[in-house]
Ligand binder design. Sequence first.
Ligand SMILES: Cc1cc2nc3c(=O)[nH]c(=O)nc-3n(C[C@H](O)[C@H](O)[C@H](O)COP(=O)(O)OP(=O)(O)OC[C@H]3O[C@@H](n4cnc5c(N)ncnc54)[C@H](O)[C@@H]3O)c2cc1C
Length: 388
Amino acid sequence: MADVVVIGAGISGAASAYELATGGLKVILIDRYGPAAMASGWTLAGVRQSGRHPAELPLARRAVSLWQTLAERLDAPTHYTRRGNLRLARTPEELASLAAMVEEQRAAKLDLSLLDAKQVAELAPAVSPAVLGGSHCPTDGHADPQATVQAFVDAAVRAGAETRFGEDVLSIDTADGRVTGVTTGAGHIPAGRVILAAGVLGNRLLQPLGLSVPMQVRLVTAVRTVPTAPMLDQVIGVANADCAGRQEVTGRFRFTGGSTEWSGEIEDAAMKDGPRPRVRPPARGVADAIRLFGGVVPAMLDTPIDEIWAGLIDQTPDALPVLQSVSDPAGLVIAMGFSGHGFCLGPVTGQIAAAMAQDLPVDLPLEPFALARFDRWNAPSEPMTLHG
Ligand SMILES: Cc1cc2nc3c(=O)[nH]c(=O)nc-3n(C[C@H](O)[C@H](O)[C@H](O)COP(=O)(O)OP(=O)(O)OC[C@H]3O[C@@H](n4cnc5c(N)ncnc54)[C@H](O)[C@@H]3O)c2cc1C
């Protein structure tokens, strides 16, 4: 019998398991593949506050403060660096939209400024001289996603958590309006509480309970080069979010194109340590990602490509996640729908979900993340935005 079963070993579930285990609870962390197998491995892994929806900004700020000491807390490298986020304008219209965003976010006391082309060139010489300017948030940054998720998992295990990888949760079990555990391919696991952090696949487990997080699954193509000389400190986004990228601490460029709606099947690719999920990127997505990111950081275009993949995004209508302890069935916490910006939030998501699973208060405004906001949703959907 576990106190809490956590479904999903992406950053949301791994961080939740870590918080619960270090709090002395008996936790079982289950993933059908393994750590960072889906969005938390497919990600660009920008850690940013800039450009956040006002409802999400307090969480992003808390997360960024947690990132400062995360590697020490987890006693393992996260490769977190804080050297800024530059969101670039390629047209006068994009510059105007960035100016409005900077004004709004400065009013929310975020350290954000609008730079002209000369200031961008001084800060980031690898950026194309064709860029007209950009917003700059010096307290944003990036981290290594696989290392960070693995660090959460390892620290959770050291604190007593059990992991079950390669095990598919088939159902969340209930009786008399309460969660009683989960059933996996290996049988029933009794637990009084369940945290569902299963990303794009979460609704498969919610729907039999009469619940669902409204989401569109979107595909983003990602490209990673071989290591090359350091030339870019900041995470790069663009005003209309049709590409984003960064140079990892390894020297590899990791960049993405825009997003398209997706409704295919996830393949199980055979790897030496078990199957991993794979989504095949369309050729056009690869071409667009290279053309668009190469347009703003041409210096990387001669670097050989090492890997190409497609990632899936759990995009909700308002592009905000669902973070809630639901009342029916009691004992179920949902942490899903991060809409392309949940990597940065991971450390705070873990704290919130763990607190919810113990009925503890959270000192952050969480009303915007309740599932019930979609009951009578009739506003147009927010566009998908990836800015690192
Ligand atoms: C290309 C791309 C770029 C991105 N860029 C950024 C960025 O720069 N900054 C940022 O903050 N965010 C970014 N994001 C978003 C961010 O990566 C995600 O929001 C975040 O990783 C979500 O983490 P998660 O743990 O909630 O979900 P996931 O990482 O998807 O984890 C869900 C896990 O649940 C498991 N699972 C699902 N169903 C079951 C089941 N039935 N049984 C057992 N296990 C199950 C899966 O195997 C998976 O490991 C990006 C995403 C993509 C795809």
